[in-house]
Design a protein around this ligand. Structure first.
Ligand code: ZN
Length: 240
């Protein structure tokens, strides 16, 4: 089975549409989402509708919970906060309820999904050190966990008690006991590559591949400008 895993879409409908098209061409059997459907950009409703239609499992990101009233917007920087408040004003009750009811952790056979870290997921911590990776592994009871939150794709594996970090884009997990795979960001990559990011997981081969997809960045940026959202939210998409 081939899973396509997306996350950190952040209301970027142009990037999400490009990736969903690419996943259809890759004959993906199931789509999974590690959260942050909304925030920063101008198409929250479109992105929620697309994810609801495409994904068989979705977990909440901090931006999803913030617009649903379950996470304080005060934790955000000014640009993220004003986008969250803008989004709150525009979402239908149904869309807000969908975000509010998303779980923090989802388990499928052999796969766990979380936005930040499995260690106290309600705090949306980042995994940026060996100690934090170990805390997440301690909570992981399936062979693989997909997550996001940093917007930087990464593979962390546990083999014979040793943790290894891999910044490449193909992860062979056949020898790993457990793996934490950050799928990167669909709508706002932060790793020096402005193309949209998602992961493909071949459950038989136990190989994960990070794919990058070009999309119409100028269209996404123009929508942010036209909506009156913070200019930086558009500028950072262009890598400048
Ligand atoms: Zn995010």
């Amino acid at each position: 089975m081939i899973y396509g895993i997306i996350g950190d879409i952040h209301s970027n409908g142009d990037a999400l549409t490009a990736i969903l098209g690419e996943m259809r061409r890759e004959h993906v059997d199931g789509v999974l989402c590690v959260g942050d459907i909304v925030g920063y950009a101008a198409e929250p409703t479109e992105c929620i509708d697309l994810v609801r239609e495409a994904a068989c499992a979705v977990v909440a990101g901090n931006h999803d919970y913030a617009v649903a009233g379950k996470f304080p917007v005060n934790y955000f920087n000014a640009d993220a906060r004003s986008a969250a408040l803008w989004t709150i004003d525009r979402l239908s009750g149904g869309a807000r309820d969908f975000l509010k009811n998303l779980p923090l952790v989802e388990r499928l056979p052999g796969i766990t999904l979380v936005h930040g870290s499995l260690h106290r997921p309600e705090f949306f911590d980042y995994i940026t050190s060996m100690a934090e990776a170990k805390q997440a592994f301690d909570q992981l009871d399936t062979p693989i966990c997909f997550y996001g939150h940093t917007h930087v794709p990464l593979g962390i594996t546990l083999t014979d008690g040793r943790i290894t970090v891999d910044t490449g884009h193909v992860f062979d997990l056949s020898k790993a006991e457990k793996a934490l795979i950050n799928v990167g960001s669909v709508g706002q990559p932060r790793d020096w590559d402005i193309r949209a990011s998602y992961a493909l997981y071949d459950t038989e081969k136990r190989v994960v591949k990070i794919n990058r997809v070009k999309y119409d960045i100028h269209s996404a940026a123009d929508k942010i400008y036209s909506a009156g959202l913070p200019k930086f939210n558009a500028l950072r998409l262009t890598g400048r």
